[in-house]
Ligand binder design. Sequence first.
Ligand SMILES: C[S@@+](CC[C@H](N)C(=O)[O-])C[C@H]1O[C@@H](n2cnc3c(N)ncnc32)[C@H](O)[C@@H]1O
Length: 292
Amino acid sequence: MASSSEHAHHEESFMLEMIPLQDAEFEAIRKFVHQRLGIYLTDKKRTLVSSRLQRLLSELGLHSYTEFFERLKADTSGNLLDRMISRITTNYTYFYREERHFQFLEETVLPELKAKLASSRDLRLWCAGCATGEEAYMLQMILMKFFAGEYAHWQAGVLATDISPRALQTAIRGVYPLESIQRLPKVFHRYFRKVNRDQVEVVSDVRREVMFRRLNLIAPSWPFRGKFHVIFCRNVMIYFDNETRQKLLRHFHQYLAHDGYLFIGHSESIRQGGDLFKSVIPAVYQKKDVGR
Ligand SMILES: C[S@@+](CC[C@H](N)C(=O)[O-])C[C@H]1O[C@@H](n2cnc3c(N)ncnc32)[C@H](O)[C@@H]1O
């Protein structure tokens, strides 16, 4: 085991070896990330990018971003790209984020869908850009809380997708710091169990109902058979450029069931998607039927 002085020494040498990110290199990375992920790295993100990739370069024993970029292009396994994606994406999220949405789901959307889907009992929710899983588990807990004893008689569940392999790993594991559920209303605490002094785990009854899958939202087609009644895609499109956002909105529209709901982040808007969606409450939209 490394002693703390060794650790400090390592940190120090790491700090000393800051690899400069040249203008052309940043441009190349920006273009690549935009093409592959739809994420547009603004000039303001430049320091963030270099600080996030710095460690990866050191791990690979590389001394310049040009070398890194060459490796990235030559890597056919997709391994290096995955490692880069895990570093470059912002996976910030927390339980009960923008809570008004969860209340609206439980108080308005689910009662409506329960009545509407009474004969098929098939209810599909998609959490697109689920990061480390908190939002997807929230949706599942709300489904179970709402349906209670009837849940078993429904084909209901949550599909949760993200592009980041590292975030998905955390999501699937379902283990979080104890303080992450402190802001969560007590009624939801029964869906967690303590694993040790500082960590909790989402109980397996909840975990097994959420299907986590890797999916690039900007892929030209999605591998889904059915349509979704509810899509949550919050705080994901903020990283995309306008054109990518518009394409994605059209795609969501196509994959939403009749009158289906789209939830986006409170700081986002879909002004240009006005012909596809009608606004319901802040950052919640409902599919409009458009003639084909
Ligand atoms: C800030 S998190 C949002 C998490 C959660 N939805 C919330 O609102 O708290 C944004 C997530 O979008 C994912 N993401 C970014 N680009 C993506 C893409 N092209 N396809 C799929 N997911 C992507 C990132 O990996 C990240 O986990």
